[in-house]
Design a protein around this ligand. Sequence first.
Ligand SMILES: *[C@@H]1O[C@H](CO)[C@@H](O)[C@H](O)[C@H]1NC(C)=O
Ligand SMILES: *[C@@H]1O[C@H](CO)[C@@H](O)[C@H](O)[C@H]1NC(C)=O
Ligand SMILES: *[C@@H]1O[C@H](CO)[C@@H](O)[C@H](O)[C@H]1NC(C)=O
Ligand SMILES: *[C@@H]1O[C@H](CO)[C@@H](O)[C@H](O)[C@H]1NC(C)=O
Length: 204
Amino acid sequence: MHKQIVMCYMISLLQISTGMTEYPCYFPCPWHNQTFGDYNHNFSETWTFNADGRTSTILIETRLNFICHQITEKFLILRLEGTDSFRCFSINYNPDIPLEFVMGGWNSFRSVNQTTAFTDVCEFCKVPNFTFLWTVGRTPPSTPLPPSLGCNRPSSCSPPGEVCDSSETIPKACPITTTSPPTTTSIKTTKSHCGKKHNTRSSA
Ligand SMILES: *[C@@H]1O[C@H](CO)[C@@H](O)[C@H](O)[C@H]1NC(C)=O
Ligand SMILES: *[C@@H]1O[C@H](CO)[C@@H](O)[C@H](O)[C@H]1NC(C)=O
Ligand SMILES: *[C@@H]1O[C@H](CO)[C@@H](O)[C@H](O)[C@H]1NC(C)=O
Ligand SMILES: *[C@@H]1O[C@H](CO)[C@@H](O)[C@H](O)[C@H]1NC(C)=O
């Protein structure tokens, strides 16, 4: 059991080191089953990540169901469920603080009948004009304020904006804990996600 977890973690590291595109994508494991609130707006907005790791709901006045479409470097491209509407979010995520992340948005674009990964994301992942700090619960964030997004343009793009290094990524794995062994169900979830990712991902 432990070996499988470690293997899964190593596959994640491999993906990290290649700086490729994951499609279809899964949200970072620690986010699954969690509801984040937007610290900058007094938690008036929430983002819930479902157990399947692929679907999520942002509540901002209205209910927006977002599916993880693709992750390229540190950019999360989401599809508004059942539509041709997409968003590109720049993410700053430190897995040592698993229930907190900074997001730049709100790059919105349309693409009709998109069933593959986007190969050129420069057009969509523009310099964000909003920064969100998402945290679970109402505890004060551990991230220094104001939250920093870091670089905000994919490595293949040119300025305006701060162009990222291709090694920038969104860490995906759940932290390996040595104290408490994970439950059987979480092992199943992790395994199946790793398998799907490994089999279906395509490179940019
Ligand atoms: C933040 O939200 C809490 C609870 O909903 C409310 O009591 C408080 O007044 C709000 N603060 C601001 C600055 O809006
Ligand atoms: C998108 O798919 C629908 C249904 O298959 C088709 O009718 C439509 O022509 C497609 N649109 C484009 C722009 O490819
Ligand atoms: C952010 O950018 C989008 C499109 O680029 C624009 O529609 C929106 O009004 C901008 N928001 C702010 C606060 O500048
Ligand atoms: C999320 O919840 C489901 C159902 O309770 C569970 O099977 C799964 O292991 C959980 N995932 C994580 C990452 O905790």
